[in-house]
Design a binder for this molecule. Structure first.
Ligand SMILES: NC(=O)C1=CN([C@@H]2O[C@H](COP(=O)(O)OP(=O)(O)OC[C@H]3O[C@@H](n4cnc5c(N)ncnc54)[C@H](OP(=O)(O)O)[C@@H]3O)[C@@H](O)[C@H]2O)C=CC1
Ligand SMILES: O=C1CO[C@H](CO)[C@@H](O)[C@@H]1O
Length: 389
């Protein structure tokens, strides 16, 4: 069995620890590696990289012992591990601002690169990074996890089965209340850099790259967008208990007009209280039926099951609008979305399987976020350059 060595930088962070290390790489190790298309399996060997010795040791020893019954390697010597001939893949989920330097170290050492989104905050930088990977001939990929969320997979199945008839419109609602940390017993639940644009934070740069690949995959390319963004909470408390000024957008409202003519609308906010089925819901309305996907579940309403409302505010609403929706059953076992993409990337590296979720596609996401920023700043529709590559 071949073993692939993965240098994991940024593993001490929220995403690095939970999604990539514990729920993807350690889970793959627990399963005895990844099955290859022609038979056989590939095993993975992580080396945890970062600057904080105690966090790295905790993950490499305590967490690994708990999850897989053995420790894994760790190091604070990032350059040495990346340049080590034994390293096959360099993974980065550190802060967005650090991404390009880690990716470039990997390229310089001819390593395959896999990293979190966004790959940069500026589209020119992002496309440059993608071109450098391609020029060096290194295999590369960017995380686009939402594609494998169970709810989204169910929505894709409905589209493929023609459930909707003609798709008319799409509405995405994303967000929840992120505490400012200024009240007793209500600490914030997201890192402070998310709310500082100088540190790579901001709703549009964070979420529009997700909306770009999600909309493209499910409904086709966006022709143009109109966006508006706000900083709803002007100040928050950081990890060390100090107040800081929020310089990034924490809410963004956008209309995306698709090349197909479908109207798509996404609200994204860290300052909203949830009264809907999930933290992300995507509603698709079509001539033959509608569906609402959450992270895991998906509800449908066919034309035949559609109630007939009549506007009359003088009486209590006689229709229970939730009643006529049907929850789809699970069609399969839905594995963790990040783990599924890791397995695809490993098969790409080892067996040359297709992997379209490259840094270039990540750069298109950054360009999309930049288009949102331009639209909001200049208060105008912005045409998306879908030919840029
Ligand atoms: N696909 C998805 O669903 C999501 C993706 N993301 C993306 O993942 C990335 C990380 O986000 P998240 O995990 O929330 O962030 P965190 O703040 O939790 O983690 C940041 C990581 O970067 C490291 N880091 C930060 N600054 C430095 C530095 N100067 N030198 C060395 N290491 C540094 C931290 O190391 P240390 O522990 O030593 O501080 C930590 O490992 C972002 O790019 C974000 O956009 C985020 C959320 C969801
Ligand atoms: O970057 C991100 C910000 O946080 C979201 C969830 O809270 C993630 O889904 C997303 O990838």
């Amino acid at each position: 069995m071949k073993t692939i060595t993965i240098a994991m930088h940024g593993v001490t962070g929220r995403m690095g620890t939970n999604q990539h290390y514990v729920r993807s790489i350690l889970a793959i190790m627990k399963e005895g590696g990844v099955a290859l298309p022609g038979g056989g399996r590939v095993a993975v060997k992580p080396i945890l990289l970062g600057r904080n010795e105690s966090r790295l040791r905790h993950l490499a020893e305590t967490v690994a012992q708990h999850e897989i019954g053995e420790s894994v390697a760790w190091s604070t010597d990032v350059d040495a591990v990346i340049s080590d001939p034994a390293t096959d893949i360099v993974f980065d989920s550190s802060s967005t601002q650090m991404r390009s330097s880690i990716v470039r170290k990997a390229i310089a050492n001819q390593k395959a690169v896999y990293c979190e989104k966004p790959i940069a905050v500026d589209a020119d930088d992002a496309f440059r990074l993608a071109s450098e990977c391609e020029a060096a001939g290194v295999k590369n990929g960017v995380v686009q996890d939402k594609l494998w969320l169970p709810g989204i997979r169910k929505l894709r199945m409905l589209r493929d089965q023609g459930f909707f008839g003609d798709i008319l419109s799409v509405r995405g609602e994303f967000g929840y209340w992120v505490f400012a940390g200024d009240q007793p017993n209500q600490p914030t639940q997201r890192p402070s850099w998310n709310y500082r644009s100088e540190d790579g934070g901001g709703m549009m740069i964070d979420m529009f790259c997700h909306w770009q690949y999600l909309i493209n995959d499910l409904f086709g390319p966006v022709d143009r967008m109109l966006a508006h963004a706000t900083t709803d909470l002007p100040a928050r408390i950081d990890e060390s208990g100090e107040p800081y000024t929020c310089t990034a957008d924490d809410s963004a409202y956008a209309l995306f007009l698709l090349e197909s003519g479908v109207t798509c609308q996404f609200n994204s906010s860290w300052a909203t209280r949830v009264r809907r089925d999930d933290l992300l819901t995507v509603q698709v309305d079509g001539t033959r039926g509608s569906a609402v996907a959450g992270l895991r579940e998906c509800w449908t309403q066919s034309l035949a099951a559609t109630p007939r409302p009549v506007w009359n505010p003088d009486i209590a609403q006689p229709i229970d609008f939730y009643e006529s929706w049907q929850q789809l059953p699970d069609a399969t076992d839905y594995d963790n979305a990040f783990k599924i993409q890791w397995e695809l990337f490993l098969r790409h590296v080892v067996a040359g399987d297709e992997f379209p979720w490259t840094l270039r596609s990540g750069a298109e996401g950054v360009a999309f976020a930049n288009a949102g920023e331009t639209s909001a700043r200049e208060q105008k529709w912005v045409t998306i350059d879908n030919q840029r590559s």
